[in-house]
Design a binder for this molecule. Sequence first.
Ligand code: GDP
Ligand code: IMO
Ligand code: MG
Length: 428
Amino acid sequence: MPATSVIGLQWGDEAKGKIVDLLTEKHEIVVRYQGGNNAGHTVKFDGKTYKLSLLPTGLLHSHVKSVIAPGVVVNPHALLKELDNLIAGGEDCLSRLMVSDRAHVICPWHLLEEAAFEAARGGNAIGTTMRGIGTCYREKMGRTHAIRIGDLILKDAFAAKVREIVPFKQKVLNALNPDGEQMNADQIIEEYSACAERIRPMVADTTAFLLNALDADKNILFEGAQGCLLDVDHGTFPYVTSSNSSGCGIHSGSGVPGRFIKNMIGVAKAYTTRVGGGPFPTELDNEIGERIRIAGNEFGTVTGRPRRCGWLDTVATRYSARISGVDSIVIALLDVLTGFDELQICEAYDINGTITRDMPSRCEDLAIARPVLRKIAGWSEDITGVKNFSDLPRTAQEYVKVAGELIGRKVSIVSVGPDRKQTIHVDA
Ligand code: GDP
Ligand code: IMO
Ligand code: MG
């Protein structure tokens, strides 16, 4: 059975959660394969709102097995807190979650190191979510002091690692900040071991599970976190996250070869948002941006920070769709653009007088890129109840068509509100 994947085409928060939830109906397994509790995926149905961070969105469906694959970084406290919230809300989800023994563990020193590194960058801070994501991935690549879920659940081996790592890390942290927090190895061992007891029943070789599931013709859905432009290799480096958040990360993060993914769905907002630092050519640091922020409720799910807002950038989204091998796209939050007399879409960049449709590799070049904007007439009708593409106002149809043409992919879904039902299947 071919697998499907949902990938963000911008800097995150494109409504991946809503789209994964929609598609989950037809899948038996949902997989998170990169990132960690830096993600915030919102799902709304039957008058209820769910906010998932580290957990796969599939957990909201009782027929689905949800997998946290090797490429994810796991904060055990955050995992259990999120699970407890779901259980308190009536979800019986413990038996439906599998956590890879190969996934890496976010430890207290990762959070302390990140705070020190971000502070040291001052005005050039990356603007991370402060969840220890980047420092945990750095540890994984460095190897010497990394801890995996498979180690966490072996009580004595875990304790020995913590006793070796803490004095080393404390020396580094004290050099960075002599007045900083002093870690207590015994306390860390006790707290993490208590988490390990609860996590142990969920720990599995998820790679073997997924490969066997493919052999058995099961339907698998891969849930991307963040977005292509935050990919550590292909995004707007260094203002990115520390994982491969484009389609490139599916194989390395899950162990499932890319050739099984036959349906790669890219999600883009009808405009653009970004949280944290870094260049953003179509940013609207004015009353139009503020109007979009209010209409779209653009405040971070994880950190509550106001999201920066701007026009749709099809240089960036076309690049994202191409590097991820996207088959079709979703244009989400179209309703947020209702009420503007005129809208604009970026179709090229002007970099020092050179017009280009290619994404510059250096963020210094992206920072001076001036967007070449195409003007499109707006619409004023309420579109939040529209079910068929042909019932959208003519100018809204035109907007979606132009977006699809400039991104270079067929638009398969238009989202006109946060609820599952507020979804238009184009050509359906
Ligand atoms: P994700 O990180 O990609 O899953 O996206 P987030 O959940 O962080 O952000 C998307 C936000 O937009 C959430 O608050 C959703 O409930 C909301 N949303 C999703 N689709 C639509 C839509 O079509 N219209 C509106 N107005 N809101 C939407
Ligand atoms: P979802 O899955 C939006 C951003 C942070 C920061 C940069 C690095 O909800 O789309 P990190 O903590 O990952 O080291 O921060 O990446 N960022 C996100 N922005 N949505 C997300 O996830 C994000 N995850 C990380 O704001 O700029
Ligand atoms: Mg989000």
